[in-house]
Design a protein around this ligand. Structure first.
Ligand code: NAP
Length: 307
């Protein structure tokens, strides 16, 4: 019997308990799931940052920490966490992100805001998606799904990742030159990178200056990817027409932050997508089963890379 500790925060246990028990049973894993195991008896920790668990050293026999979240930039900074760490890849989370990104790309592509303000009877129809280049920085679980969905809508999609990828209908790029290619083409740019030492402040004044004049930015990745002041200058200087921002350096976004009142900024409160217990429990059960069978974890975090 494998001992699984739910350490995702006491307030989350009621929503996770039933889906996790059902998924473990479906995966035919003999697991004792609880919020109360003695630390030195725990085999697997299901985890989200919370004040009740900050020191992983007493978990001497734990063979895996399974994050409830996709973004692990704060978790990897915990030096007491030396056990293998897996991040969350959840079909429901991915589906939600595809919907958010598609909605905001279509809003900017079709110029919907202009019709909401004042319909112009003599204006032109918006261009077709086939004529709109969209860039996606980050082609992981979320970025790749968004890129493929936008490609199916006929957008010209350019993607960028650390390693070279191959995705149907997506022009994939890597490396510094690849980034420049994507920035220079993208009339709508979507950020789905993790926050790491390498990606922090990536979207600064120089990067924004490479984008086509009037481009739009959509950031459901992490606030630290973008230099706020440079983004505001790009919006004020007409380089960018709009920024839709879901994530911020400080969350909740402070009331006095200029993003709130900027006419070219849309703030959404970190709701682009969320881990859904009904679908994510299966991903956790799969990794618990792998621990039980001594097989490698899925979606293992590389501590050196930071994601
Ligand atoms: P993922 O599967 O780990 O994918 C990350 C992607 O970023 C990969 O394609 C990776 O390249 C690329 N990348 C990382 N560092 C890079 C670098 N230095 N240069 C170029 N590409 C780099 O992550 P995910 O599940 O798609 O999630 C992405 C991020 O979305 C999360 O880290 C989190 O911050 C954010 N998120 C936001 C919300 C929200 O509601 N707003 C919800 C969930 C997640 P390789 O493929 O070559 O490794």
């Amino acid at each position: 019997m494998i001992k699984v500790l739910f350490a995702g925060g006491a307030d989350r246990w009621p929503t996770w308990e039933a889906p996790l028990r059902a998924a473990l049973a479906e995966a035919e894993v003999q697991a004792d799931l609880s919020t109360q195991h003695p630390p030195d008896e725990v085999d697997v920790i299901v985890f989200a940052p919370n004040p009740d668990l900050t020191d992983f050293r007493p978990f001497t026999r734990a063979r895996a920490v399974l994050s409830l979240w996709a973004g692990v930039e704060t978790i990897v900074q915990n030096e007491t966490l030396t056990q293998p760490l897996a991040r969350m890849v959840d079909p429901g989370l991915t589906e939600g992100m595809v919907e958010y990104v598609t909605a905001h790309v279509l809003r900017h592509h079709l110029g919907i805001d202009a019709y909401l303000r004042a319909p112009d009877w003599h204006g032109d129809a918006p261009p077709l998606a086939r004529d709109r280049p969209v860039g996606i920085l980050g082609l992981g679980a979320l970025g790749a799904a968004c890129a493929e969905a936008l490609s199916r809508l006929n957008f010209e999609v350019l993607g960028w990742s650390r390693r070279q990828k191959t995705l149907v209908g997506v022009s994939c790029h890597a490396g510094e030159d690849g980034l420049i290619t994507v920035l220079e083409r993208a009339e709508i740019l979507v950020l789905l990178l993790p926050l790491t030492d390498e990606t922090a402040d990536l979207i600064d004044g120089a990067a924004l200056a490479r984008m086509p004049r009037g481009a739009a930015l959509i950031n459901p990745g992490r606030g630290g990817l973008v230099v706020d002041d440079d983004l505001l200058s790009a919006l004020d200087g007409d380089r960018l027409s709009h920024a839709t921002l879901d994530v911020f350096r400080t969350e909740p976004l402070p009331q006095d932050h200029p993003f709130w009142d900027h006419p070219r900024v849309t703030v959404t409160p970190h709701i682009a997508s969320a881990t859904r217990p009904a679908t994510a429990a299966g991903a956790i059960a799969e990794n618990v089963r792998r621990v039980a069978e001594g097989r490698p974890l899925r979606h293992l975090v590389d501590r050196d890379r930071g994601y």
